[in-house]
Design a protein around this ligand. Structure first.
Ligand SMILES: [Zn+2]
Length: 178
């Protein structure tokens, strides 16, 4: 399982840099050796105790994390990462840089949207307001709402988020677009 993931990593990394993988990088014995080292480390950390459940779970997670082109596999194969540290790491620590950056970007955006929304909800006003006759209120089912648009966030365009707040014409309840 781990050796397969390492192989996937070598192929993915080669693809990412538009190169053919070196035969030595794909040497099955080398990959199997590294995999065995890691499996032993995981067994040492998780193997005893709870019937091996932690051992299998950690191996599954590692098998997934090792596949990525820009993931932890490169460090493991290079020998700059201690298998014991990998055996102890959680999924967040094992995530490749690109996945981690994506998750952080998503979190940042969510936080920003929430801030903008809270501000807008508090003020009850926005940068632009227009009437939307076709909008259906989720509370009363009535047609027609005022739409408040607000552009909020950072200095750069890609950091800004647009938030829309709807106010029902009939019951006055408010909601936001998603
Ligand atoms: Zn309503």
């Amino acid at each position: 399982m781990i050796a397969d993931s390492l192989k996937s990593h070598v192929l993915a990394a080669a693809r990412a840099s538009s190169k053919d993988p070196e035969p030595s990088e794909l040497d099955p014995e080398r990959l199997a050796g590294v995999a065995r080292g890691l499996e032993e480390a995981v067994f040492r950390v998780h193997g005893s105790g709870d019937g091996g459940g932690g051992y299998k779970g950690q191996l599954r997670m590692l098998a997934g994390a090792l596949k990525h082109a820009d993931g932890v596999a490169a460090d493991l194969l290079r020998g700059s990462l201690d298998p014991l540290d990998m055996a102890k790491a959680d999924s967040r620590a094992l995530a490749p840089a690109s996945v981690r950056a994506q998750a952080e970007e998503l979190e940042r955006r969510k936080r920003q949207e929430l801030e903008a929304w809270e501000k807008l909800a508090g003020q009850g006003g926005g940068a632009s307001v227009y009437k939307s006759a076709g909008t259906v209120c989720p509370s009363c089912g009535g047609f027609g709402a005022m739409v408040h648009n607000v552009l909020s966030g950072g200095t750069y365009a890609q950091e800004r988020v647009q938030i829309q707040k709807f106010v029902c014409d009939h019951c006055g309840s408010t909601w936001r677009n998603e």
